[in-house]
Each structure stands twice: as structure tokens, then as C-alpha cells.
Design a protein around this ligand. Structure first.
Ligand code: NAD
Ligand code: TYD
Length: 369
């Protein structure tokens, strides 16, 4: 098992990254430090990490405890900042979440995706390669770069079949194309320069802190506000859903025990047609919020399809299960219910995120930079 001690988490203020930081710092068997490098785009929100900052950040030092959480605001494309961060904190591990991540936005404006996902990933890889090279020219072996990717790089499935680690890449959206490019760069850095590296391709995540532009939080909040529930096309596209904590546990398992130079698929083995998922979500929101399910169903609105909308994603994650012993631990019903409850109990987070006012809140309430 690798010993990972000073971990650069990129994109740690986003949905999966902030859940990862909570999850890892909550583990008694992890005593290392986390350095969170995030540009705080519209999707990055330090409010997700207020309790982490209070417990493990600068405030921890005041109580005599060792500081284990540091935040660096900056862009992964900014090479000199990335170099300074590697050298200041003596980074030995990278887990790279930072990305532009929403397919619809990539259709409207692909450039930011190419910049962050391709150029940003290249910058991190190249700085890691330089920082981790020994004077002899050989690469350190006690380091790791873990690249977090998506199943969307594999393209679209018909009614049958699953994506395996051997499935050829066939990305269809600017988002998935930019992620595919970053995956290829990551693997190239392993093969060409010997960079110790693992890579994971995961299916759709859901859970707390997800920005309400993605299907599940968008639908929950629209239901609470009595707004239309926009279903793209015929609503019969299929996604495989995984609770965010299960994803993070898989990422950590791969980081500790995965073989360098290999990719691992992560999935929920939990396929749902969008419209069926929405019907289940309506029942849960109705129960948890005391709303009328029939009235919520009346909000379903079929809208024009997303261009190039992938029909079905389904992941074969048997390699990860067999080789590294990971398995999902949260059922879809449990995870969805927890997610609904989280959005119901955090109305101020929701309203600040929706209005963009959380930036003002951060300025006022967040002291450590
Ligand atoms: P997100 O959009 O919620 O968060 C992305 C984070 O990256 C934000 O905090 C943002 O501020 C930061 N960021 C963006 N551009 C940056 C830049 N140039 N420099 C520094 N920071 C920057 O995304 P997410 O849903 O948490 O996804 C995290 C990773 O997981 C992404 O790489 C994504 O491709 C991958 N992934 C996501 C899913 C999913 O369902 N959400 C599934 C599989 C894989
Ligand atoms: P999304 O959450 O954007 O994830 P991805 O496109 O990366 O899989 O969308 C999940 C599915 O839900 C996808 O098939 C598109 C569909 N969808 C809608 O039908 N309506 C919506 O408003 C959104 C955001 C997505």
C-alpha cells in the first residue's frame, strides 16, 4: 500500500473534490495534509469547506494542533503558481479533480473546457514530472498522480453492453473530448517519462454540494420552487449513478493500491432512464418535503434534446472490485434520500449558490487564504 502524505487536491472546492476532502480528513487512518488548489469558478465554493477550514486549517494551529488543510486560490493553467505550490508544500501526491464539468456548458462555450481540462492537466503533469525527478534523472517512486476522469470518454452505448477499461475512446461532446485528451496526456506522461500515475473513469455522481445545474440537484430544487422539470428529448437516455462517497472511496483505494500506469472503471451498476429516475425522485421529494407527488409530476416538461446527447452509459467495474476489493456501499434509494434531505436542510447554501451571492459571503466569512 502506498503511503500518501502531502496531497494536492485540485478542484477541491467543487462537488466531488469537497466531498473527497471531507471524506479523507474524516478517516482516522489518514494523518497527512491536504492542499486544495482551486480557481473558484462558478462551480467552486469555499462554503462547502467551512467546517474543514475551522477544524484542520489555520484555526487548528491556534489550539496547538498541526495544521492539515491549506487552501490556495489559483488556476491550474498558471504554471508558476503550480510550481510554487509543489515546492512550498513538498507535494508527493496529486489527485486531480479540477475541470470544467458540465456538458451543456461545453456545448455553449467549449474554449474553457479545452483550456482547463487539457492545458490545465498538461500543466499539472509537467510540473509534477519536473518536481518529482531525482538529480540522477530517474523519477521518484514514492509519489503518485491520480487523474480523475469520466465514463463519457467512451461515447454512447446502445441497449446492450458495458464500458470496460479496454473500450476505445469515442467522445461526443466538447466536455468528453477535452476529458479524453487529458486522459491521453496523463497516460503519455506515465509511458514517456515514467510518471507514477493512476487514472479512473467514473459514471454519474450525485450527493451533497453538487451545483444545481446537473440533473439531480436541478430537479430537486425546481420541485421545491414549483418550476418546470425539463426532460431532454424522450427522457429515455440512460445513466449509471453512483453516490459521491462511493466514488471517493474508490479513488482513494486506487491511489493506495492501484497499479501505476493502469486505468480503473468506477460505477454504480445502477442504470436508470432519466424519466424513471425523475419519477423516483418526485416520490422522495414529495415524502421528505410534504409535497403532493401528483402536482410535482405535473411539472415534468419535455424539452428539445441536447445536441449529440449520448444515449446510454453503463460501466463494467469488475476489475476494480476483483483486483482491489472495492464495492459500492450506498444503495440508490439511501443515497437519493440523503441527497434530497441535504438540499432540504441547506436552503441558504442553495440560495447563495443560485444567486452567486456566496462569493460575497466568502469575502465576509472566510479569512484564510
Ligand atoms: P465541479 O464542476 O463541481 O467542480 C470543479 C472544480 O474545479 C470547481 O471547484 C472549480 O472551481 C475548479 N476549477 C475549474 N477550473 C479550474 C482551473 N482552471 N483551475 C483550478 N480549479 C478549477 O466538478 P465535479 O462534478 O466535482 O467533477 C470533478 C471531476 O470529476 C472532474 O474532473 C470531472 O470530469 C470528474 N467526474 C465528474 C463526474 C460527475 O458526475 N460530476 C463523474 C465522473 C467524473
Ligand atoms: P447531467 O447531470 O448533465 O450529466 P451528464 O450529461 O454528464 O450525464 O445529465 C444527466 C442526464 O440528464 C443526461 O442524459 C441529460 C439529462 N438532463 C435532462 O434531461 N434535463 C436537464 O435539465 C439536465 C441538466 C440533464
Amino acid at each position: 500500500m502506498r503511503s500518501l502524505t502531502t496531497i494536492l487536491v485540485t478542484g477541491g472546492a467543487g462537488f466531488i473534490g469537497s466531498n473527497f476532502i471531507h471524506w479523507l480528513l474524516g478517516r482516522a487512518d489518514f494523518q497527512g495534509r491536504i492542499i486544495n488548489l482551486d480557481a473558484l469558478t462558478y462551480a467552486g465554493n469555499l462554503e462547502n469547506l467551512v467546517d474543514i477550514e475551522a477544524r484542520y486549517g489555520a484555526a487548528a494551529e491556534e489550539t496547538g494542533a498541526a495544521r492539515r488543510y491549506f487552501f490556495v486560490q489559483g488556476d491550474i493553467c498558471d504554471r508558476s503558481l503550480v510550481e510554487r505550490t509543489f515546492s512550498k508544500y513538498q507535494i508527493d501526491t496529486v489527485v486531480h479533480f479540477a475541470a470544467e464539468s458540465h456538458v451543456d456548458r461545453s456545448i455553449l462555450g467549449p474554449e474553457a473546457f479545452v483550456r482547463t481540462n487539457v492545458l490545465g492537466t498538461y500543466t499539472l503533469l509537467d510540473v509534477a514530472r519536473q518536481a518529482w525527478r531525482l538529480p540522477s534523472g530517474a523519477m521518484r517512486e514514492d509519489v503518485l498522480f491520480h487523474h480523475v476522469s469520466t465514463d463519457e470518454v467512451f461515447g454512447s452505448l446502445g441497449e446492450e453492453g458495458y464500458f470496460t477499461e479496454a473500450t476505445p475512446y469515442d467522445p461526443r461532446s466538447p466536455y468528453s473530448a477535452s476529458k479524453a485528451a487529458s486522459d491521453h496526456l496523463a497516460m503519455a506522461y506515465h509511458h514517456t517519462y515514467g510518471l507514477p500515475l493512476t487514472l479512473s473513469n467514473c459514471s454519474n455522481n450525485y450527493g451533497p454540494y453538487q451545483f444545481p445545474e446537473k440533473l439531480i440537484p436541478l430537479m430537486i430544487l425546481n420541485m421545491l420552487e414549483g418550476k418546470p422539470l425539463p426532460v431532454y428529448g424522450d427522457g429515455r437516455n440512460i445513466r449509471d449513478w453512483l453516490y459521491v462517497e462511493d466514488h471517493n472511496e474508490a479513488v482513494w483505494t486506487i491511489m493506495q493500491e492501484g497499479q501505476s500506469g493502469r486505468t480503473y472503471n468506477i460505477g454504480g451498476e445502477n442504470e436508470w432512464e432519466n424519466i424513471r429516475l425523475l419519477e423516483r425522485l418526485i416520490e422522495l421529494v414529495a415524502e421528505e418535503a410534504g409535497l403532493d407527488a401528483a402536482r410535482l409530476r405535473g411539472l415534468i416538461t419535455y424539452v428539445k434534446d441536447r445536441p449529440g446527447h449520448d444515449r446510454r452509459y453503463a460501466i463494467d467495474c469488475s476489475k476494480l472490485k476483483k483486483e482491489l476489493g472495492w464495492k459500492q456501499s450506498v444503495t440508490f434509494d439511501e443515497g437519493l434520500r440523503q441527497t434530497v434531505k441535504w438540499y432540504l436542510s441547506n436552503p441558504t447554501w442553495v440560495s447563495r449558490v443560485r444567486s452567486g451571492a456566496y462569493r460575497e459571503w466568502i469575502e465576509k466569512n472566510y479569512t484564510s487564504r
